[in-house]
Write a protein that binds this ligand. Structure first.
Ligand SMILES: [Zn+2]
Length: 273
């Protein structure tokens, strides 16, 4: 079994390498990926239902993956994990390094090891970049971690406001979200592309958070222009879902699909300037 897993790893690395080589004419770099898994805490439907408290600490989360996105207990802002450090983007836009004792109700992480690296990527919109990445993927049916570094002539992000119980649904809370627009900011997009069939468990398609290089700007990404970016993709054929076994998650009706709600909370556009 172990041997099979290793063989698959090699196949994916090889596929990604081949895809990377033809996707922009830029050499791709394959790296050994020891775990190749997306580890997720709770579900997006649970978060949408107002389950804003979890038991997983940031310290535990970072052991599961040093790279990823999520939120913090009480929905106290957006979370970005990068290079083994977790950051909180508060509703005022300020950024804090999260202590290991802070907890998360919803997060997705991995130990990022790029299977492909493509340099010199410029796009006018987020959607254009996503289509470009999509064209290089070996399949729409696996999970992918994406890490994009570069300069962003424009970047639109949002964060959410800390909540107190009794909690309202996320669709209500995001109506009060804080929107931020940055110009000529340099930094890193951190996120995942999940397959369509996990909608409700996670967010289908792309979910990206941003953190500037100076750690002063960030949030849940709504749109951007990218200039001379480096796009790295890590293929993740494994998906580990860690569900809460106490608290509100045990009693809440999570049978709704929430298709529209997910779209509303994740893809809500910043108003045009
Ligand atoms: Zn987000």
């Amino acid at each position: 079994m172990k041997q099979q897993v290793r063989d698959l790893t090699t196949v994916y690395a090889t596929l990604s390498l081949a895809v990377g080589l033809c996707f922009c004419g830029t050499p791709a770099v394959a790296a050994e990926d020891p775990n190749q898994e997306l580890v997720q805490i709770s579900t997006i439907n649970a978060l949408i239902s107002g389950i804003y408290e979890g038991d997983t600490t940031i310290g535990e989360l970072l052991e599961l993956g040093s790279f990823g996105i999520g939120t913090i207990n009480n929905l106290d802002g957006e979370m970005v994990a990068l290079d083994g450090q977790a950051y909180q983007v508060t509703s005022t836009g300020s950024i804090n390094v999260l202590p290991k004792s802070a907890k998360t109700p919803f997060a997705s992480v991995t130990h990022f090891h790029a299977d492909t690296t493509t340099a010199g990527v410029s796009t006018d919109t987020m959607e254009e970049l996503q289509e470009l990445i999509d064209r290089g993927l070996p399949s729409e049916n696996l999970f992918y971690a994406v890490r994009i570094t570069g300069t962003f002539p424009s970047m639109k992000v949002r964060s959410v406001t800390r909540q107190e119980p009794p909690y309202r649904r996320l669709t209500e809370v995001v109506k009060e979200q804080s929107l931020f627009s940055f110009s000529n900011t340099s930094g890193t997009l951190v996120g995942f592309r999940c397959p369509e069939y996990v909608q409700g468990v996670n967010v289908a398609n792309y979910h990206l958070h941003y953190l500037s290089a100076d750690k002063k700007q960030g949030g849940h990404v709504l749109g951007f222009e990218l200039e001379d970016g480096t796009v790295q993709v890590d293929t993740l054929p494994n998906f580990r879902l860690l569900l809460p076994d106490s608290g509100a998650f045990m009693k809440t009706d999570l049978s709704e699909k929430n298709e529209d709600a997910i779209h509303a909370v994740e893809k809500l556009r910043a108003p045009t300037q």
